[in-house]
Design a protein around this ligand. Structure first.
Ligand SMILES: [Zn+2]
Length: 521
């Protein structure tokens, strides 16, 4: 007897092939039959008349590893149909920790002990994380920034031979323990201090395991092409498989359109046998820390308190202001405050308006928020054009991602956390026709499953895990907004994890049937 039969649905199986009508029978969390008019008894049936049945979505690039202990429901993920996420991205994984554990990380995780112990190595992290059922599956990469911080702190210099070996052995330990590869974050502290040769050496460890190296590259604006070139070199020299993370041209309009060139570069590399992919999220704003955006990398190679002291020095402050004016110009109306402990009243407001309210200069306001937030504070940056998103998405090795985490109950944040996959389907597939629906589904399922070697995921085929999405292709769309990121998607009827319905009409029922997925040999 089957556990469940999904009847009358139109199957988009993940391969990119055209859809077809069939029933899907599930037993013990697996798809056991895909066939028209399945007979036989089932404990339950689900009518998918008028709907499509696809594999559960795989988020190629997410930041929800920080939520594994604190928000294990992974609500933002599962409520947009994501059943598996590749986390630990942009060079910043939760583990390993070495020296200089930040004070805020010393607190206890209930039932597990101090954070710095849980996160000490990737092995200890994965072992503990596996004890917590998740609302959506999570996979991990090891962050290069985390390796470097563990071994060298935030030093702005080359590693010694010994330090380099230590980083490599920590990565090896992480991959052996179950991480899927390495991530780079070359705008962030301390990843930004690494030169190309260091990155190649470390990436070679991923290459040994035929694992993935995903990269937030060194620049997504004026030096985008140079940064893509560096990443291609790292992949070519290391023998790893590459994923260019959240690919975009992001500054002011001067750089828009450059992605046509970078996609050509990726294609050429692929033709030469370098295995390289990218991912993309469907929103015209990015999100990251104010410090990473408005403070030069060299300036960030010191403690937060030292940075604050220096920002108070008029000469230093002027120097940083000039650096910014050259990079961004005077107008900051494209910067929208997303996170700030000291200025919560301005969340969701653009920086020019905040400055006006406070009667200050815009950069003064940025520096003020940075110092009041102890160098914290984040913003959304409206620096991406929709045509570029479509150009990247149309690339046949582009996967869909959120670049999002789990925001708890915050209403002002980034809509990508909850809306990326419904938006890619509704806005970019249905409305703009960037690619066909089966091709879009492939970018969300079978392609990431193949890239990250998740062998039982990403296809509606017999023997595969019954992680599934069932939705109305004429209705599916995101509704979350920059100032109300909790709004649920429309047209997403059901999400199944391991054969059980966990989401109905984009509402999670609280069941946590996901887990931490480890690397497969
Ligand atoms: Zn990133």
């Amino acid at each position: 007897m089957y556990d469940l039969i999904i009847k009358n649905g139109r199957i988009i199986d993940g391969t990119g092939s055209p859809s077809y009508f069939a029933d899907v029978a599930i037993k013990d969390g697996k798809i056991v039959k895909v066939k028209k008019g399945i007979r036989g008894e089932a404990k339950d049936t689900l009518d998918a008349q008028g709907l499509v049945v696809t594999p559960g979505f795989i988020d190629s690039h997410g930041h929800n590893d920080s939520a594994i202990f604190s928000f294990p429901d992974q609500r933002e993920k599962i409520e947009q149909g994501i059943t598996t996420t590749i986390a630990g991205q942009c060079g910043g994984s939760q583990a390993p920790y070495g020296k200089d554990v930040p004070a805020e990380k010393i607190k206890n995780i209930e039932g597990f002990g101090p954070e710095c112990e849980v996160y000490k190595t990737m092995g200890s992290f994965l072992e503990n994380a596996q004890k917590v059922p998740q609302g959506s599956n999570v996979c991990m990469l090891v962050g290069h920034g985390s390796l470097r911080r563990a071994v060298m702190g935030v030093a702005d210099r080359k590693p010694t031979a010994e330090e380099l070996e230590k980083m490599k052995s920590l990565l090896r330990e992480g991959i052996e323990a179950g991480a899927l590869g390495l991530s780079l974050g070359l705008i962030y502290t301390p990843g930004c201090y690494a030169e190309t040769d260091e990155l190649i050496e470390i990436a070679k460890v991923a290459g040994e395991y035929n694992a993935v190296v995903a990269a937030h590259i060194r620049d997504e604006g004026d030096y985008l092409i140079k940064a893509v070139k560096e990443f291609i070199t790292i992949i070519r020299e290391s023998g790893a498989r590459g994923v260019l993370s959240h690919h975009k041209a992001a500054t002011r309009d001067e750089t828009w359109g450059k992605v046509s060139h970078t996609i050509r570069m990726l294609k050429e590399a692929n033709e030469q046998g370098v295995e390289i992919y990218c991912d993309v999220y469907p929103y015209h704003a990015s999100h990251t820390g104010l410090a990473s955006t408005f403070l030069p990398g060299a300036f960030r190679a010191q403690s937060a308190s030292a940075q604050i002291e220096q920002l108070k020095d008029p000469a230093k402050r002027e120097e940083i202001l000039q650096w910014n004016l050259k990079k961004w110009g005077r107008d900051l109306s494209w910067v929208q405050l997303a996170r700030s402990g000291s200025y919560p009243q301005y969340l969701g407001m653009r920086m020019d308006k905040i400055a006006e309210k406070e009667g200050r200069d815009e950069y003064d306001m940025v520096f003020e928020i940075l110092t009041s937030d102890n160098m914290g504070g984040t913003a959304c940056y409206f620096t991406i054009c929709e045509e570029d998103i479509a150009t990247v998405m149309a690339y046949d090795r582009a996967m869909i991602c959120t670049d999002g985490g789990v925001a708890g109950n915050a209403t002002v944040f980034h809509p990508r956390n909850k809306g990326s996959f419904p938006r890619a389907l509704g806005r970019f597939c249905r409305e703009k026709g960037v690619v066909s629906m089966p091709e879009m589904i492939r970018k969300m399922t079978a392609m990431p499953a193949a890239v990250y070697n998740l062998r039982s995921k990403g296809l509606v085929w017999e023997g595969f895990d019954a992680d599934l999405c069932i939705f109305d292709p004429d209705k599916i769309i995101d509704r979350s907004e920059f100032t109300d990121c909790q709004k649920r998607a429309e047209g997403l009827n059901y999400v199944l994890m391991a054969g059980e319905v966990v989401v109905e009409n984009a509402v999670h029922n609280g069941k946590r049937l996901g887990k931490i997925i480890l690397r497969e040999e």
